[in-house]
Design a protein around this ligand. Structure first.
Ligand SMILES: [Ca+2]
Length: 375
């Protein structure tokens, strides 16, 4: 009976979107499940950037029983904490997932923001979000009253954050679900470092961490050698790398050299169905691809959740020892690697994912976004 239902659904989807063949979610080689794989998503969220695509994937994977999304935590890097937190809430509200708890973290790096003279004296670039961060703090806004900083299109969400800070939630969630929580960290690592500082056994009680960060065999995207998530708070990354995780997976800047979001992929999502996830892409992402059909959006964070659910989509990977430069020099924030076992004491053995099967991956994204949970 179930098989027949899938066949019918497939036919309906093909009629709706003759350019693509939709697979049933059962057809993917998903290695996770809701019982054993609890997820905390730590994100520097904006609107319809790659953090958004990752969030929608995690929400639909949660709905489909692939994972149990325990909560979303906000962090810094691309955005200040107040605007980022509101962006999470606004998008959860749009897709009808106000039930997912949101915990506000911090956008202040664990050793503080670097002074202008330190940046200038070392030939370092200031992260693009920092000037606005100063303005937001100066104006005294909060996530639920952004004043002049409220997004013109999205405004304020009616959803609220939880009382606990992001790192407190991480510690509690991991203690309540020993061995089952995976952290997906796609912004600055400050909240995760604070959780490790609060509970020295934190990392060892998780199932592991997946980072979007670092630049391994390609240049950086904020300085010549540093990737912005890891550069924003390199000391926190150092704390994280040196904690006792069962598994560390790094999805570096390298993947953005191979994986891009293009009009055909977005169209495949838009034509995939009628869910709020198809709709949010149609309303807020698709128009820019219609206006500029050659648009090619680099992909970072959006490639991380699927690597977690469906590792057989990975095409290029290896294991290396990884460390991060934290001294205030021109190489601040650089990720440095060695062959496995050859790194110094402050390095950590990580699985690095450089590339994946983009065609299959984005078909999975389209199928996930189009998924309608049974009543
Ligand atoms: Ca991000």
């Amino acid at each position: 009976m179930k098989k027949r239902f899938i066949a019918l659904a497939l036919t309906a989807a093909m009629l709706a979107a003759p350019t693509s063949v939709f697979a049933a979610l059962e057809d993917y080689n998903v290695v996770t499940n809701a019982e054993d794989n609890k997820v905390i998503f730590d994100t520097d969220m904006g609107y319809l950037g790659d953090d958004s695509y990752a969030l929608y994937m995690l929400l639909q994977a949660d709905a489909a029983g692939w994972i149990d999304l325990l909560g979303v935590t906000s962090t810094g890097a691309n955005v200040n904490i107040f605007e980022g937190t509101t962006a999470i809430l606004n998008q959860l509200e749009y897709v009808g997932r106000g039930d997912v708890p949101v915990y506000m973290g911090t956008d202040i790096p664990i050793m503080g923001l670097m002074k202008e003279e330190t940046l200038e004296g070392n030939g370092l670039n200031k992260v693009w979000s920092v000037d606005r961060l100063y303005e937001v703090y100066e104006a005294g806004v909060t996530y639920d009253n952004l004043g002049e900083f409220a997004d013109e299109t999205w405004g304020q969400s009616s959803l609220k954050i939880q009382d606990e800070a992001a790192y407190e939630f991480m510690v509690d969630a991991v203690n309540e679900n020993p061995g089952k929580v995976t952290i997906i960290a796609v912004g600055a690592c400050t909240n995760v470092a604070l959780a490790i500082k609060a509970d020295p056994d934190f990392a060892s009680k998780t199932a592991g961490i997946y980072y979007m960060g670092g630049a391994i065999d390609v240049p950086g995207n904020i300085t010549h050698c540093a990737e912005v998530n890891w550069y924003y708070d390199a000391e926190s990354v150092d704390i994280c790398l040196n904690a006792d995780w069962p598994l560390q997976v790094v999805v570096p800047n390298d993947i953005s050299y191979y994986q891009r979001l293009t009009k055909d992929k977005v169209e495949n999502i838009v034509n995939g169905g009628d869910t709020p996830f198809n709709k949010i892409i149609e309303e807020f992402a698709y128009p820019s691809f219609v206006e500029n059909p050659d648009r090619s959006q680099k992909l970072w964070d959006a490639q991380v959740p699927g690597i977690f659910f469906c590792p057989d989509l990975i095409t290029v990977t290896d294991v290396r020892d990884v460390a991060i430069e934290t001294s205030h020099c021109y190489a601040y924030g650089e990720s440095v690697t060695w062959k496995e076992g050859k790194g110094p004491d402050n390095s950590a053995t990580c699985t690095i994912v450089y590339d994946l099967d983009g065609e299959k991956y984005w078909q999975m994204v389209a199928d996930l976004y189009s998924y309608v949970p049974a009543e």
